[in-house]
Design a protein around this ligand. Structure first.
Ligand SMILES: C=CC1=C(C)c2cc3[nH]c(cc4nc(cc5[nH]c(cc1n2)c(C)c5CCC(=O)O)C(CCC(=O)O)=C4C)c(C)c3C=C
Ligand SMILES: [Fe+2]
Length: 386
C-alpha cells in the first residue's frame, strides 16, 4: 500500500474523501441561491468586483449568464469545458456553492436605479467602525464555498477568468471553517476565539424562517419583484484582537459572551441549546449573564425580534503591521431586510457589547442576492432582462 515516497502525501488504506466529502452536491437551481442555508463549508472565497469602465447592463447580463453556466457545471462536478485549469481534476464537487449578489453601485452603472431595492440604502455608520473603503462594497459580489480547498480555488479561477474585460476585482477575502468529519459527531462551529458560534441561529425548520431570511412572493413596498426568493447579505471583515482575548482568563471570556466556552451552554445552566435565562441573578444579586454580554445584547427578544442567519468563515491573513495576527471573522449574515436584521442588532452592540473591546470591523458590504435561478435561467435574469 504505497512506498515510503507516497506515504507522506496519501493514506491509501483509509476511505477516500470522494466517497464522503467529495461526493456532496448542492443544487444550483431552486427557489433560493445555494450558499445561504447550505451547511458551513470548510473553505470560502469572497470576491467583490466592479464593472469595468464602459461596461453596462448588456455586459453585466452576459457576464451573469456566463457565470451561471459555469457555476451550474462546477456545482454538478463537471469540468468548465475548454481551457479548464485542471485544478479540481480527480475531486468531486465537495459541496461547492457559488452565490451571486449585487451591490448598490451596480444599479447606477447599469442605469437600473429604478429597480434598486430600498434595502440597499447604505448601512448607517457605527461608532466602532474602522472601515477601509477599498475593501468594502463593490458592484458585484461572489461567494464561493466548498469542503475542498482546491475545488474552491478552481471555481474562483474559472469565474475570475470569465469576468474578462467586463469586471475587475475590487477586493478578495479568503476564509475557512472546520472540515467535515473533524469532530466525532456533527457540532456547531467554533470561531478563532474558541467559542461555539452559531448555536442560536434561526433554523430552516422554524415556522418563521423563510419570512425572516427570504424576500416573499409579494414583496413589501420598496422591494422590486425580481428580489422574490432573494435575501440580503451583510458582509463584515471583523478582525479579532486575539492576543488581548487570549490573555483574558476563561471565566472572564465567558462573561463577555454569556455562554460557557467549553460547550456553548448559557452561564445560567443547561446544555448548548438551553434558552438563556436572562433575568436570573446569582447569590450576589447580580445578573448571571451580564448586561453587556454579547449573547444577551444580540438576542432577538432584546431587539424587537430582529433576526438574521449568520453564516461566517474565519480568516487568517498572517501577521498584521502591529505584530498581532491579522485574523478574525468574515461575518456574513442573511436576512429578508437588513433594517430588521443586522442594523438594529449592530446598533445595540455598538452601544455596549463587551465583545467590542476585542474586535474591530474593518470592512463592510451590503448585497442584494436574487432568488435561485429556474432551469434554463441565469442568476439575476429577472432583473437584467425584464
Ligand atoms: C450585528 C450582528 C452580529 C455581529 C457583528 C456579531 C459578531 C460576533 N459574534 C461573535 C460570537 C458569538 N455571537 C453569538 C451570538 C449571536 N451573535 C449575533 C449577532 C452578531 N454577532 C446574534 C444575533 C447572536 C445570537 C443571539 C441569540 O439569539 O441568542 C455567540 C453565541 C452563540 C450563538 O448563538 O451563536 C457567539 C459566541 C463574534 C466572535 C463576533 C465578531 C467577531
Ligand atoms: Fe455574535
Amino acid at each position: 500500500a504505497g512506498g515510503s515516497a507516497t506515504y507522506a502525501a496519501t493514506r491509501p488504506d483509509e476511505p477516500t474523501a470522494l466517497a464522503t466529502v467529495g461526493s456532496a452536491t448542492v443544487a444550483f437551481h431552486g427557489a433560493h441561491q445555494a450558499g445561504i442555508t447550505t451547511p458551513l463549508q470548510a473553505r470560502g472565497h469572497l470576491v467583490a468586483l466592479d464593472l469595468a469602465p464602459g461596461a453596462g447592463r448588456k455586459e453585466a447580463a452576459a457576464l451573469l449568464r456566463r457565470w451561471s453556466g459555469t457555476a451550474r457545471r462546477l456545482m454538478a462536478g463537471e469540468p468548465v469545458g475548454e481551457g479548464d485549469t485542471g485544478i479540481a481534476l480527480d475531486a468531486g464537487p465537495s459541496a461547492l456553492t457559488v452565490t451571486f449578489g449585487f451591490g448598490r453601485t451596480f444599479f447606477d452603472v447599469t442605469k437600473l436605479a429604478d429597480r434598486r431595492p430600498s434595502a440597499l440604502d447604505p448601512l448607517p455608520a457605527f461608532s466602532s467602525d474602522h472601515l477601509d473603503a477599498r475593501r468594502s462594497n463593490g458592484d458585484l459580489w461572489v461567494q464561493i464555498g466548498s469542503d475542498d480547498s482546491l475545488v474552491a480555488f478552481h471555481a474562483l479561477r474559472a469565474l475570475l477568468k470569465e469576468a474578462g474585460d467586463a469586471a475587475r476585482v475590487r477586493w478578495q477575502m479568503n476564509g475557512f471553517n472546520r472540515s467535515p468529519g473533524a469532530t466525532a459527531r456533527p457540532m456547531t462551529a467554533r470561531n478563532l476565539m474558541g467559542q461555539v458560534d452559531g448555536t442560536n441561529n434561526p433554523k430552516p425548520t422554524d415556522a418563521d424562517f423563510d419570512r425572516r431570511i427570504f424576500v416573499p412572493a409579494k414583496p413589501p413596498a420598496g422591494t422590486p419583484g425580481w428580489m422574490t426568493g432573494g435575501s440580503y447579505a451583510v458582509v463584515r471583515r471583523i478582525r479579532m484582537l486575539l492576543d488581548d482575548w487570549d490573555a483574558l482568563p476563561v471565566d472572564r471570556q465567558e462573561l463577555v459572551i454569556g455562554r460557557r466556552k467549553s460547550d456553548g451552554a448559557p452561564l445560567t445552566g443547561g446544555t448548548e441549546t438551553t434558552a438563556l435565562a436572562l433575568d436570573k441573578t446569582g447569590p450576589d444579586g447580580k445578573l448571571v449573564i451580564p448586561d453587556n454580554a454579547h449573547a444577551r445584547i444580540s438576542a432577538p427578544e432584546q431587539n424587537g425580534g430582529a433576526a438574521m442567519l449568520r453564516r461566517p468563515f474565519s480568516f487568517h491573513d498572517g501577521i498584521g503591521a502591529d505584530g498581532t495576527p491579522d485574523a478574525g471573522l468574515l461575518f456574513i449574515c442573511w436576512q429578508a431586510d437588513p433594517l430588521r436584521g443586522f442594523v438594529p442588532v449592530q446598533r445595540k452592540l455598538d452601544r455596549g457589547d463587551a465583545l467590542s473591546a476585542f474586535v474591530r470591523h474593518e470592512s463592510s458590504g451590503l448585497y442584494a442576492v436574487p432568488g435561485g435561478p429556474r432551469e434554463g435561467e441565469y442568476v439575476g435574469q429577472r432583473l437584467l432582462e425584464s
